[in-house]
Design a protein around this ligand. Structure first.
Ligand code: CA
Length: 375
């Protein structure tokens, strides 16, 4: 059995088989288990659906009840009905993405990029970076599931020594290895979410590849931030690992100094001990450690809503590129300095984390292949 998908993981996804309607599932080993069938009603109004949103909207208490019921139902192994080998199914985008925000929570990545984008500035971090989790709002409609091809984007770019911009396919196409946090239950407009309450709102975690056209980004991002250099595609893994499966992976964030403002303060700002790997054309080129991230996901959610902005079921916020201190721990190719993506290149993100009872749990794959530009 695939030990990364044992009883301490039980992620959620959406599958179809032989063109039948897509339905919610969990995964045990290398098998996909139909949730409606497993829980006793094949026509269940929540699980016999092509997205997890209805379940996500039910909230923490129901998530805990369902996880307990699935655990009990699978304790003696796979059931007789509603089970498929993972190679026999198609895995779909697991939830309908509502709004999407991308953070920038890795101090190593922000410092590396600061040195590259602002080489004359003595401090690679901008003055706000340790006071708030920097972010921008991106395009939810171009979030795609693992295995979807990524068309090389075209756009404006201007080399520093060029007089005028040109238009064409990006020549500096990059990845960003990140985690994505999925909101199950949002907040009412005008009522922020306290960081201490994040567990009541966060449903789970996916792998996230924020494909980035560095040449388009470098020319467009001043003064309003990234846009077309990012919005053409972002890939997520097909499995949402429930936050409850990651209890054993909780660690303290690095020390936050200077002290944060009260709305960002937590008794113990928590991070997650998740080890990622980046595979480029079949070779693992980097192993970014999520535990090194400066900001907690709970602080990201608190910041995201502190102005009263509502979140809703299916909101997705990404951590920002995960980079550790070493060159073989960076989450983007621009930080490696050894070239960008060619047409036909394929990148796969994977990750594992400590699970309950000394186990290890997996996140599956976040895979994408570059196809040539269409303009
Ligand atoms: Ca990003």
């Amino acid at each position: 059995m695939n030990e990364l998908f044992g009883l301490t993981n039980l992620p959620y996804g959406v599958y179809s088989v032989d063109g039948s309607p897509a339905r919610c599932a969990t995964r045990l080993g290398d098998h996909v288990v139909d949730l409606a069938t497993l829980l006793g009603d094949p026509d269940d109004a929540v699980f016999a659906r092509p997205t997890l949103n209805a379940f996500m909207a039910q909230g923490r208490q129901r998530w805990d009840e369902v996880r307990a019921a699935i655990t009990a139902a699978l304790a003696d192994g796979l059931p007789a009905d509603g089970v498929h080998a993972i190679d026999d199914v198609t895995l779909h985008l697991p939830f309908e993405v509502a709004d999407y925000v991308d953070f920038y929570a890795s101090e190593h990545h922000a410092s590396n990029l600061g040195r590259l984008f602002r080489p004359d500035n003595p401090d690679p971090l901008l003055p706000n970076w340790k006071h708030l989790p920097v972010s921008y709002t991106g395009r939810a409609g171009s979030v795609v599931v693992s295995g979807t091809d990524v068309v090389r984007p075209c756009g404006q770019r201007k080399a520093p020594d060029a007089e005028v911009p040109t238009f064409g396919p990006s020549t500096r196409l990059d990845i960003e290895a990140e985690l994505g946090f999925v909101v199950g239950v949002g907040n009412e407009m005008g009522t922020p979410i306290a960081g201490a309450d994040a567990d009541q709102h966060l449903f789970g975690v996916v792998l996230f590849n924020d494909w980035s056209a560095r040449d388009i980004q470098a020319w467009e991002y001043v003064p309003l931030g990234p846009h077309l250099g990012k919005s053409f595609a972002s890939t997520i893994s097909p499995w949402v690992v429930p936050l409850a499966a990651l209890d054993a992976a909780r660690v303290d964030t690095p020390t936050q100094e200077p002290a944060v403002l009260p709305y960002l303060a937590l008794d113990r700002p928590w991070g997650l001990d998740i080890d990622l790997e980046v595979e480029w054309n079949g070779t693992v080129v980097s192993r970014p450690p999520y535990s090194s991230l400066y900001w907690s996901p709970a602080q990201m959610l608190a910041h995201l809503t502190v102005n009263g902005a509502p979140t809703r079921t299916g909101d997705l916020f990404a951590s920002g590129t995960i980079s550790g201190p070493a060159k073989d721990q960076v989450g983007s190719f621009i930080e490696r300095g050894e070239g960008f993506l060619e047409d036909g290149d394929e990148v796969v993100l994977r990750a594992t984390a400590p699970g309950a009872d000394g186990t290890r749990i997996g996140f599956g794959e976040c895979r994408g292949r570059i196809t040539k530009a269409r303009a």
